[in-house]
Design a protein around this ligand. Structure first.
Ligand code: PTJ
Length: 237
C-alpha cells in the first residue's frame, strides 16, 4: 500500500498531503487489527443496497483512492453503471487529468472531471466545482477518504453520502449517511462483491437494508475497538 501511495506521488496522482493522510490511516488500521470488523461488514451491506437503489449514484475519486485501488473503482463503476468523478481536496487541473488517465488505463469507462458551471452550494473553496452529469445530478455519492467540509456540503444538499474512513471520529465519518470504517483496499472488493450478490433483489427488499442500518452504532463500535486497542497497548500486555 505504501509503495502504491509513494508511486502515486511520483506519478503526480497523489498529493503530498496524501502521504500524511495515508500514515494516519495506517495507524488506525493497526489499532483495528488490520482486518474487516463486523461493524464494517454491516456498513458494507447497507452501502451496497443504497448504491443499488440509487437513481444516479456517482463514485468520487481523489489522489489517494486512485493510487490505491484504481482497478477496483473501475470495476465498481462498471457493475453499478455509475460514473467515476475526479474531485480533489487540493484542486489541480493537472492532477485531475492524470487521475482521469490513470483510471481509464485501469478499465474505467466514464471518468468525469469538475466543471466550473456546476457548483455545490455552501462550499467556498475550489472543491465546490462538480460535474454536471456526475455529482451535480447524483442522489447518492460514494466518497471514500473524503474531507469533512465537502461531505457536509453534500449532505446539506440533500444527497446521501457513503464513505470509507479508518477514523470513526473524523467529521466525514460522523456526518456521512453510511461510514465503512475499514481500509479501502479491503472494503472496496467486499463492497463490489455485495453489490453483485444483491443485484437481483427487489427495490423493496434493498430499501429496508439502509433504512434499518444504524451508522451511529457502527461508529460507536469502531471507537470502542480503537480505545480498547489503545488501552491494551498502553498497559503493555
Ligand atoms: O487527492 P486530494 O487532493 O483530494 O486529497 C486527498 C486527501 C486524502 C489527502 C484529503 O482528502 C485529505 O486530507 O483527507 P483527510 O481529511 O486526511 O481524510 C482522510 C481520511 O482517510 C483520514 O481519516 C484517514 O485516517 C483515512 N484513511 C487514510 N488512508 C485510508 C483511510 N481510510 C481508509 N482506507 C485507507 N487506506
Amino acid at each position: 500500500m505504501r509503495s502504491r501511495i509513494t508511486e502515486g506521488v511520483r506519478q503526480g496522482i497523489t498529493s503530498l498531503d496524501g502521504l500524511i493522510a495515508h500514515g494516519r490511516g495506517e495507524a488506525f488500521d493497526y489499532l483495528l487489527g488490520e482486518r474487516t470488523r463486523d461493524f464494517a461488514f454491516r456498513s458494507i451491506e447497507a452501502a451496497a443496497a443504497l448504491l443499488l437503489v440509487a437513481r444516479r449514484p456517482v463514485i468520487s475519486v481523489n489522489g489517494n483512492t486512485a493510487a490505491l485501488v484504481p482497478g477496483e473503482l473501475a470495476l465498481l463503476s462498471e457493475i453499478l453503471g455509475a460514473p467515476l468523478e475526479v474531485n480533489l481536496f487540493h484542486a489541480s487541473r493537472e492532477r485531475e487529468v492524470r487521475i482521469q488517465d490513470h483510471l481509464l488505463a485501469h478499465g474505467g469507462r466514464q471518468v468525469l472531471l469538475p466543471e466550473r458551471e456546476f457548483v455545490l452550494d455552501s462550499l467556498q473553496s475550489n472543491r465546490r466545482f462538480v460535474n454536471g452529469q456526475g455529482i451535480y445530478q447524483a442522489d447518492v455519492v460514494f466518497v471514500p477518504l473524503e474531507d469533512g467540509d465537502r461531505c457536509e456540503a453534500l449532505i446539506r444538499s440533500g444527497r446521501k453520502v457513503i464513505t470509507i474512513d479508518l477514523n470513526p471520529l473524523s467529521r466525514t465519518a460522523q456526518q456521512a449517511s453510511i461510514t465503512i470504517v475499514d481500509n479501502i483496499v479491503r472494503a472496496l472488493p467486499l463492497l463490489a462483491d455485495r453489490v453483485k450478490a444483491l443485484a437481483s433483489e427487489s427495490v423493496a427488499t434493498l430499501s429496508t437494508l439502509p433504512e434499518n442500518y444504524d451508522n451511529g452504532a457502527a461508529l460507536r463500535e469502531a471507537e470502542t475497538q480503537l480505545r480498547g486497542a489503545i488501552q491494551v497497548a498502553a498497559s503493555g500486555s
